[in-house]
Design a protein around this ligand. Structure first.
Ligand SMILES: Cc1cn([C@H]2C[C@H](O)[C@@H](COP(=O)(O)OP(=O)(O)O[C@H]3O[C@@H](C)C(=O)[C@@H](O)[C@H]3O)O2)c(=O)[nH]c1=O
Length: 186
């Protein structure tokens, strides 16, 4: 039996993954990652790195981040405690949804993850204090390949659910996109 329900989003290749779970009086069992099943729906490379973050304050935004080719990466983003509004932005050159964004609530309770293909920027806003995230990446961290968009980039115009309470100094400094930005050639 499939362990994941795979839900399409309006952005081709970007998928919401709902983990099934079996419960009994002790609690529950839920498969978190399965190479065979998730390869087939877009996590088509081995996991190269797993990262964990804790974000203390409700309303904090992290992102929007991506890695440029040849270090472009697939990410599976999950929220292990708390609630977040998770966002992916299509940066693929020539995409019919170029610069469109998709946002969804991820939480420990809904057991949903966002499977983000190469060519997308990613960010999130915490909807509660003390949000813990787990990221599975297909590519190792490559600081020289890091790219970013400002969370308030006007050409993307993300409708963040809450007032932004905190951002990193680095994320505050990202410049707006220039009018000639054509996206990422994968
Ligand atoms: C992203 C990353 C950062 N670092 C280092 C760099 C820095 O010293 C410290 C904190 O990095 P940052 O401030 O960039 O962390 P953060 O702003 O949380 O970055 C994350 O944001 C979200 C939205 C994502 O999608 C993630 O992939 C990642 O880019 O950790 C690693 O060692 N490995 C990594 O994979």
């Amino acid at each position: 039996m499939a362990q994941f329900e795979v839900i399409a989003t309006p952005l081709a290749g970007l998928k919401l993954i709902r983990r099934r779970c079996s419960e009994d009086s002790r609690g529950y069992f839920s498969r978190f990652f399965c190479a065979a099943e998730l390869n087939a729906v877009g996590f088509s490379k081995p996991v190269a790195q797993i990262n964990q973050t804790l974000t203390r304050r409700c309303g904090t935004v992290r992102g929007l981040h991506f890695q440029a080719p040849p270090h472009a990466e697939i990410k599976l983003v999950s929220c292990l405690s708390g609630r977040i509004f998770d966002v992916a932005v299509d940066l693929r050159r020539g995409s019919s949804t170029f610069l469109h964004w998709f946002g969804v609530e991820l939480s420990a309770q809904n057991r949903e993850s966002l499977l983000i293909p190469q060519g997308f920027a990613h960010g999130f806003q915490t909807l509660a204090d003390d949000c813990e995230l787990l990221y599975l990446h297909s590519t190792a961290y490559a600081p020289a390949a890091e790219g970013a968009l400002h969370a308030l980039e006007p050409r993307v115009a993300i409708d963040w659910p809450l007032a932004i309470t905190e951002m990193s100094e680095r994320d505050r400094q990202h410049p707006n996109l220039t009018s000639d930005f054509q996206g990422i050639e994968l």
